[in-house]
Design a protein around this ligand. Sequence first.
Ligand SMILES: [Zn+2]
Ligand SMILES: [Zn+2]
Length: 147
Amino acid sequence: VDKKLRQSIEGRMRAAGMRVTPQRFAVLEYLAGTHEHPTAEQIGVAVNSRFPTASRASVYNVLHALRDAGMVHEIYLDDAVARYDANLAPHHHFICRACGLLDDVEWQIAPNPPSAIGGGRVVDSYEVILRGLCADCGRAASSAGPG
Ligand SMILES: [Zn+2]
Ligand SMILES: [Zn+2]
């Protein structure tokens, strides 16, 4: 781990009032370095390659602690499996309907939430999920041709 990244991750945890543990560090470091919005399962596999002692339950505990401290976002899509995102800057998401890729989309494409949705409901968070085909799947679909 490069020293700067280590310090920034540890600093973020301390600022959030969290005790820094090797497992928390490993999970957050992994999330900070990927744009793939992995599931807890995938995070467990990745972290386990470095921390063979990390049980599935402890990976969940770490993820929930990071979520509750506001250090990662938990995202639920159609399959209702939580995905995790350490990108805390406002952004939207694109999901590929063919391969399930979940990618970040810059905030500027839809920066303004609707101001009033009626019915006495109050909006306190806003995010757009766009669906379609990623570049790879779009290429595959067009080269397959009709029929
Ligand atoms: Zn795709
Ligand atoms: Zn994201």
